[in-house]
Design a protein around this ligand. Structure first.
Ligand SMILES: [Zn+2]
Length: 128
């Protein structure tokens, strides 16, 4: 298990995303500045049920699976950071309109693959 401060995770993310036309670390960092001491990024073997990542809002932890390749890890981190920000800024859980808006703002079109189920809207935390 590897535990990263969200700052370190975002630095690593930015190093990979430069030149890809997404907001990258600087934008994310300014957005996360108020939260970076609140949320921890942990890489762990999540097993088959948690294939990519989890944003645990109550525990204030973003889990990333250790078996992801670099591209998967980047997109999963964006996905989970978007959950964190959508919750903190808008009080939005799941893949609702504020999460989707946050994803668009972060430059990731992965939001298109998600719809919000009633179960998900009621869930305290959920998987990718
Ligand atoms: Zn999700």
């Amino acid at each position: 298990m590897i535990s990263l401060a969200i700052h370190d995770a975002l630095v690593a993310f930015d190093a990979q995303m430069r030149g890809h036309g997404v907001i990258g670390y600087n934008g994310l960092n300014s957005l996360c500045r108020d939260f970076e001491d609140e949320v921890e990024v942990v890489k762990a073997d999540l097993g088959p049920r948690h294939a990519y990542g989890v944003c645990q809002l109550r525990r204030q932890v973003i889990l990333l699976d250790v078996n992801l390749d670099v591209s998967q890890e980047q997109r999963t981190l964006i996905h989970e950071v978007a959950h964190w920000l959508a919750y903190k800024v808008y009080g939005d859980r799941g893949h609702g309109r504020f999460w989707r808006r946050t994803m668009r703002w972060l430059g990731d079109d992965g939001w298109k693959r998600y719809v919000n189920s009633p179960e998900e809207m009621a869930a305290e935390e959920h998987d990718v």
